[in-house]
Structure formats: C-alpha cells, structure tokens
Design a protein around this ligand. Structure first.
Ligand code: BTN
Length: 260
C-alpha cells in the first residue's frame, strides 16, 4: 500500500483560485504534490497535511512536522526558465513575512535563501523543487512549513534556541484557515507580478526584509565555510559575500548564520 493515502481527507473551497487537498497525514507534502503533478496537469493545487511523517528540509535535512504546524506544498507551472524558479522562493518568503506582520503585528525578517524569522528565530522554511523537460519547467513544487500552533518543546533540544512558532510568540493558538487565506492573497499578488516581469520590485521588497544584509555572517556552502559581510543579493538570487580581503564572492547555495 502507498505510504500516502490515495484521496485527501477533504477538499476546501478554492481560495484565490487555489484548490486545497487536505490530508490528515502525509510522508512529505512535497512528495505527494510531486506525484500528483507528474500524473496530472494540476496547477495552483495545494497539498496540505496536518502531520508529516517524513518532512523534508533543504540540503537533505529532516523537517520536524508535528500537529499544529501549517505544512503545505503548491503545484505551479510558471512560464519561466528553470534558473528563474529560485525567484519563487523569494516571493514566497516575502508573502509569508508580510502575512505574519499584518495579521499578528510581529516584526519579521527574511534570511537568504529561504527562511522567515521572528525575533531572529526561524518560524518558516521553504523548499522549492523544480521538474524540467528539455530545459523547460514542467512544474515547480513550493513547499512551505510555518511553525504555527506548536510548543517549542516539540522540537529537538538542539533546535530550541534557533526556532520559534506563532504560538510561542503570541501566547495563543492562531486560526490556520485565516492564515492560509491571507497568505494565498499575498502570494498570488506577488506571483502575478513575477509573471508580469516585475522581478526588480519583488527583489527590492525582499531586500527590505533582509536584515542580515550589511552584517557579518558565516556561510556554510557545500564543504566550505565562508566568513564575510553579507554584501548584496544579485538579480539571479545569488548571495554576494564581501570577504575580509575585500574580494566579492558569489554564493549560490548554503546556510547563512549571523556572527555575534
Ligand atoms: C528548510 O528550511 O529547510 C525548508 C523546509 C520546508 C518544509 C516544508 S513543510 C511542507 C513541505 N513538505 C516538506 O516535506 N517540506 C516542505
């Protein structure tokens, strides 16, 4: 038997043109969405699970996904080159950050390439996976994990100082449906702008939330550890690091940590 149920537990009414397939549990919503995208032409379809048994993070890491979090993946079929798919991660983090700020008056920040932070701790991660055919995008899965109604003690001890949740910040449980509705409104607005080639404006917005820019950081990129000032983020999404000797270094993948 498949590890993921064949049929979602329920389908919600469309929000902003997005269809939501709601599962009680899934291995990883990204994997379920990928399977669905491969065997259909679904677009703007969301796979949401209350619990993920095998949640995936970036760079092969595990994503802890207990009940109470908002774990979902969006199937998109954008008309853009595979290289540009990274832009979807940026507009998604801006949309999550804006949603959290406006709904809960919490100050948010983004961290390259895919994190949303509240009070310097990670509240949301994004995993974007692209499937191509002959260098043309077939589909993109944008997986979003928001630590919503989760107590920090649900996370392993080694993460408890670096992550946070909406429940921890606010002291109460939030309404996930309202959060999803507002997020989709913010996301759709930015997705439309991206398709209308308004990337410069969207990157400017993201940079406005990127409080790590101009600070000393450590970047773990493949098996290299680089230290320098987070100088800028290029048009193609690469991070520019200014090393101690003044050399500007382009980084395309990795994890950024602020140096205190
Ligand atoms: C990261 O920061 O490392 C990315 C985390 C992405 C987690 C989300 S939760 C929903 C979707 N399904 C997954 O298995 N991962 C993403």
């Amino acid at each position: 038997m498949s590890q993921n149920p064949q049929k979602p537990q329920k389908n919600h009414p469309n929000i902003q043109g997005y269809k939501i397939c709601h599962y009680k549990t899934a291995t990883s919503t990204n994997d379920v969405a990928k399977e669905l995208a491969k065997k259909s032409n679904e677009e703007k379809t969301i796979v949401l699970a209350e619990v993920q048994k095998d949640g995936k993070g970036r760079m092969g890491r595990q994503w802890i996904s207990p009940k109470g979090g908002l774990w979902f993946s969006i199937i998109l079929r954008p008309q853009m080159s595979p290289k540009e798919a990274l832009k979807l991660t940026f507009i998604t983090s801006s949309a999550v950050a804006k949603t959290i700020e406006t709904m809960f008056c919490l100050k948010t920040a983004v961290k390259w390439p895919n994190d949303v932070l509240v009070n310097g701790r990670k509240i949301c991660g994004i995993l974007t996976e692209t499937s191509t055919r002959e260098n043309v995008i077939d589909f993109v899965i944008v997986g979003i994990g928001i630590n919503a109604n989760i107590n920090l003690d649900s996370f392993p001890a080694n993460l408890q100082d670096t992550v946070t949740s909406l429940k921890h910040e606010l002291g109460y449980n939030i309404r996930q449906k309202t959060l999803m509705k507002n997020f989709l409104q913010n996301f759709e607005h930015r997705y439309k702008l991206l398709q209308r080639r308004r990337w410069t404006v969207l990157l400017q917005e993201w940079k406005g939330l990127a409080t790590f820019l101009g600070k000393q950081v450590e970047v773990v990129s493949f098996d290299e550890v680089l230290v320098g000032e987070a100088w800028d983020v290029c048009d193609d999404g690469a991070l520019i690091l200014r090393l101690k000797d003044g050399v500007l270094k382009r980084v395309v993948a990795g994890d950024v940590e602020l140096r205190t």
